[in-house]
Write a protein of this length. Structure first.
Length: 687
């Protein structure tokens, strides 16, 4: 059976740029999946997604014009229950009638459990046109569209009004109706660079015709690559680098159909404004690409992506420069106005900034942050006064003009204004960095003072919000407590502080009775759970569980412990020792009295005497290794007692009839367990 390429295009009004690539990929994949399920593709689906501001399209190779004939087997009642006294039961008659068959036409097949009556027949394959309409409509319904709209008098809904539909199988139009539109082979190109309708000759010529006749680069990936290449070439010519992230590049790609990269500039005096403000203005408001010199400093040149190709682009450049000038003038004005008041003088205004109605204002938060930060700084051996001062000023920039316009600059502007106010560089840096880490993979604060303030900020948020009952559930976490917890954990893995003590100190900073009494214990458990999630990104679950079973309160040696347990797990003795440890723990749970010291005079058998001697020799070695932080050595020492452990369990009855002997043997096993689990609960390895 011959196959041809299938092309489907929805011609729309301008689609949401931030969702465009996702919409295009989903549409293409859903159509291809539908064709595969309908057995209309010869082999594996090979498709290309197209997405531009005004169209979603997909091109699928090797699509059949007609399904292959299919052998259908309809299964009915069990043979054992289908006949009674040699006559068919009503169940069998009903099945045959429903299948459109006679009793004598039925066959017997095995359904995996029993023999059943079945009707087997060959279903003639349906033509593509009969199946494709439903496949496209289902793909449209599955699109991840948060909000749909209607247009004109139509009752159909979509993310944007749809004005055209192409469905071509090779050279032939496939007659279908989607969103009230009849399929054809005509579309529109670029709004300004293309003239009139474009007739697509066949499904394979789509991309070339759109580029040549319509001045549209239909492929999102191709447009993005072209923009990236042009940006890099222009920046290289200026000996600069482009300041842009993937999200901006994606958004700009979704805004243009025929990209042209142009260079423009702005007046040098604007560079007196902090470059973060200028970069944010260019990227967020104007979708421009700022340029940085070889020292990472902002240049007064930038790149823009135009959707128009002209012989003289000067009017486009000048128009964009004029718009940007107005934006930068606003930023310059805000910056100058903010300098008329110090951060300290702005603090009273924080009393009017509500953080949460149950917790209070930002001014009340500042009081707590100061005491918590000072406490942490002392524990870190840092300047407590500097940490307290930085915490006092940390939120003052929230009431500045610049942060009011660009909330993303909170902390950053605080740093600049702190410098202008004559604060030390350490305090200024802490004001900026106390929000770090903002997300997974973000940098940690640099220095102990900044770390103290950052920990205070995240701990106060976690404990306070949790304490008033706003606990994360499912995917709901409006105050980002999971992110705060991970940030705290990452910092504590760098500095050896007691996490439970910090939580309690934070809890005590709130007015008595304001928070739930169980807040400290609940947030400590929450942190433990988040720690497991964090560590399982890099280590197997059983290794993480073994280390965390000891409920470590200092996290700065966690990495060393995890690496040590991972190395121990590779030892040939590890599995047997883990099993023995599990057996020891099960026996200890049966102890009738409190476990204590081993009475050497009550040791009767050679095996228990040998194990006691081995444990005695092991104890100082493990204690010394753990004290030195040499956890791998501590665990490797366990391998030396495997013969004695094996012999003990082979030859000694722990639960002896003599209660004193039994208790002494349990004491011996408890002594052994303390050493075996000095670093981690090795019984959990392999689970």
């Amino acid at each position: 059976m011959t196959t041809q390429t299938l092309l489907i295009e929805l011609l729309t009004e301008e689609l949401p740029p931030k969702a465009l690539n996702n919409l295009g990929n989903h549409f293409a994949a859903s159509v291809a999946e539908g064709l595969e399920k309908a057995q209309l593709i010869d082999g594996e689906a090979e498709f290309t997604a197209y997405a531009s501001p005004r169209r979603l399209a997909v091109q699928i190779k090797n699509v059949k014009a007609v399904q292959a004939d299919q052998k259908i087997v309809k299964k009915g009642p069990a043979v054992a229950n289908a006949m009674k006294d040699g006559a068919p039961t009503k169940a069998l008659e009903g099945f045959a009638r429903g299948a459109g068959a006679k009793i004598e036409d039925l066959t017997i097949v095995h359904d995996g459990k029993q023999d059943v009556y079945a009707y087997e027949y060959v279903q003639t394959g349906k033509p593509l046109g009969e199946l494709l309409e439903d496949i496209i409509n289902q793909a449209v319904k599955k699109l991840p569209i948060p909000k749909v709209m209607r247009w004109g008098s139509s009752t159909f809904t979509f993310v944007r009004p749809v004005h055209g539909l192409i469905v071509l199988h090779g050279d032939d139009i496939v007659n279908v109706s989607v969103l009230g539109l009849q399929s054809g082979n005509q579309t529109l190109g670029h709004r300004f660079l293309s003239s009139g309708e474009i007739t697509i000759e066949n499904a394979d010529s789509y991309a070339a015709q759109m580029r040549e006749q319509g001045k549209v680069v239909a492929s999102f990936a191709e447009r993005k690559a072209a923009i990236q290449t042009a940006l890099n070439e222009q920046a290289g010519r200026l000996k600069a680098t482009v300041a842009a992230d993937e999200a901006l590049l994606d958004e700009v790609t979704a805004l243009v159909e025929y990209p042209v990269v142009l260079e423009a500039g702005f007046e040098e005096h604007f560079l007196a404004v902090p470059q973060e403000c200028l970069i944010l203005t260019m990227q967020q408001n104007q979708k421009y690409f700022p340029l940085l010199d070889q020292n990472g400093k902002l240049m007064n040149r930038f790149l823009l992506v135009s959707n128009l190709q002209t012989e003289d682009p000067s009017h486009i450049i000048q128009g964009n420069e004029r718009v940007l000038r107005a934006r930068l003038s606003d930023a310059e004005f805000f910056y100058k106005q903010d300098q008329k008041a110090t951060l300290e003088s702005r603090l009273p205004k924080l009393a009017n900034v509500v953080y949460h109605n149950k917790i209070g204002s930002q001014a009340e938060r500042i009081e707590r942050l100061q005491s918590i930060a000072a406490h942490i700084a002392k524990a870190l051996g840092a300047d407590a006064a500097a940490a307290e001062r930085a915490a006092r000023l940390a939120k003052a920039d929230l009431v500045t003009e610049m942060v009011g316009e660009f909330p993303e600059l909170q902390g950053t502007m605080g740093k600049y204004y702190a410098r202008l106010d004559g604060e030390t560089e350490e305090i200024a840096e802490a004001v900026e960095q106390h929000y770090q880490p903002r997300f997974a993979g973000d940098n940690l604060p640099n220095g102990k003072v900044a770390t103290a303030v950052a920990l205070a900020d995240k701990l106060e948020t976690l404990v306070g919000i949790w304490g008033i009952g706003l606990i994360p559930t499912g995917d709901k976490d409006p105050y980002a407590l999971r992110r705060a917890a991970l940030g705290i954990l990452r910092m504590l893995m760098q500095y050896g502080l007691d996490v439970n003590e910090l939580i309690q100190t934070t809890f005590d900073s709130f007015p008595k009775g304001l928070l739930n009494e169980k807040t400290s214990s609940e947030t400590a458990d929450f942190m433990q759970a988040r720690l497991a999630v964090l560590l399982q990104n890099d280590y197997p679950q059983d290794i993480v569980a073994a280390v965390l079973a000891k409920q470590p309160r200092r996290l700065d040696d966690l990495t060393a412990k995890l690496q040590a347990v991972a190395a121990f797990k590779q030892l040939p003795e590890a599995a047997a020792l883990a099993a023995a440890n599990k057996r020891v723990q099960n026996l200890l749970k049966k102890a009738d009295a409190e476990l204590g010291e081993v009475n050497e005079s009550l040791l009767q058998q050679d095996e228990e005497k040998a194990l006691y001697a081995a444990a005695q020799g092991l104890q100082p070695k493990i204690a010394a290794a753990v004290a030195d932080g040499n956890f791998q050595t501590a665990l490797s020492e366990l391998a030396s007692v495997k013969p004695q452990v094996d012999a003990f369990f082979d030859g000694v009855m722990v639960m002896a009839e003599d209660s004193a002997v039994k208790q002494n043997r349990l004491n011996l096993l408890n002594r052994l367990a303390e050493q075996m689990n000095a670093v981690a609960d090795i019984a959990l390895l392999g689970e």
